[in-house]
Design a protein around this ligand. Structure first.
Ligand code: ADP
Ligand code: AMP
Length: 220
C-alpha cells in the first residue's frame, strides 16, 4: 500500500507515521528527514536544501522529487511506503503518480490530518526532536520520560532551527499557498480521507487505522 499523510507543519504527520510504522510493514519516507540527514552529512543536496528550510520555504521540486525518487527505488520500498511531508506541491503529486506508475503502483490512500492554525503554532512551539532517530515529543502532549532525553536513544533532544516563531508562520503560509491545493487534487481522485487532527494522538491514530481498513476493504 502507498499511503500519503497530508497536513500542515505540526499537524502530526511524523507522529502518526511512526505509529503506523509499528503496525504496517512499510517504511516511512519523510522528505524533511531526508533533507535533515543530507544536511547532517554536509552533502551538496543538504546544503542546497538548508537555504530554503531556514526560510520556511519549500525546496525546489526538481531537487525534492529526485531525492524521493532515489529513496523509493530502494528494496525496502518495493511493497509500499508511508509518505510523510511529500508530496507538497501539485507538481510533486504528479511526479509521484509517474514514479509509482512506472513501478505498477499508485497512491492508494491520502489521509489529510486537519488542524487549525492556532493549534499548529502551539504544537510547533513545544516540539522537541531526537537528533538520532527523528522521534518527536511535545512538552505538554507527548513528553519524554526523562526530561530532555530521547526515550529510545537516550541522547539530548533539540528544537529544530525552523521551529522559531517567524519560520513557523511562514511554513504555515507556504502550506496554505502551495500544499493545500493537494486536498482538492486527491479529493477529485477519490483518494482523500480527512481526519480530525485536534484529537489526542491515540484518537487520531485510531481514525487513521479505520480509514486504512476501509480502503483495504477490511472490516473495522
Ligand atoms: P508534522 O510532522 O506534521 O510537522 P509532528 O508529528 O512533528 O508534526 O507533530 C508536531 C508536534 O505536535 C510534536 O511536538 C508532536 O509531539 C505534537 N503532536 C502531534 N500530534 C499531536 C496530537 N494529536 N495532539 C497533541 N500534540 C500532538
Ligand atoms: P518537515 O520536516 O516536513 O517539516 O520539512 C522541513 C522542511 O524541509 C520544509 O519546511 C521544507 O523546507 C523542506 N521540505 C520537506 N519536504 C519537502 C517537500 N516535499 N517539498 C519541498 N520542501 C520540502
Amino acid at each position: 500500500m502507498d499511503l500519503v499523510l497530508l497536513g500542515a507543519p505540526g499537524a502530526g504527520k511524523g507522529t502518526q507515521a511512526s505509529l503506523l510504522g509499528e503496525i504496517l510493514p512499510l517504511p516511512r519516507v519523510s522528505s524533511g528527514d531526508l533533507f535533515r540527514a543530507a544536511l547532517a552529512n554536509q552533502t551538496e543536496l543538504g546544503l542546497k536544501a538548508k537555504v530554503y528550510m531556514d526560510r520556511g520555504e519549500l525546496v525546489p521540486d526538481e531537487i525534492t522529487i529526485g531525492m524521493v525518487a532515489e529513496r523509493i527505488s530502494q528494496p525496502d520500498c518495493a511493497h509500499g511506503v508511508i509518505f510523510d511531508g511529500f508530496p507538497r506541491t501539485v507538481a510533486q503529486a504528479q511526479a509521484l503518480d509517474d514514479l509509482l506508475g512506472r513501478m505498477g503502483r499508485k497512491v492508494d490512500l491520502v489521509i489529510y490530518i486537519r488542524v487549525s492554525t492556532p493549534v499548529l503554532l502551539e504544537r510547533l512551539a513545544g516540539r522537541w526532536t531526537c537528533p538520532k532517530c527523528g522521534r518527536v515529543y511535545h512538552r505538554l502532549y507527548s513528553p519524554e520520560k526523562v526530561q530532555g532525553e530521547c526515550d529510545d536513544c537516550h541522547v539530548p533532544l533539540y528544537q529544530r532551527d525552523d521551529d522559531t516563531p517567524e519560520t513557523q508562520s511562514r511554513r504555515i503560509a507556504v502550506y496554505l499557498e502551495q500544499t493545500a491545493p493537494l486536498q482538492a487534487f486527491y479529493r477529485e481522485r477519490g483518494l482523500l480521507v480527512e481526519v480530525n487532527g485536534e484529537q489526542d494522538i491515540q484518537a487520531v491514530h485510531a481514525d487513521i487505522v479505520k480509514a486504512i481498513q476501509k480502503a483495504r476493504g477490511e472490516a473495522a
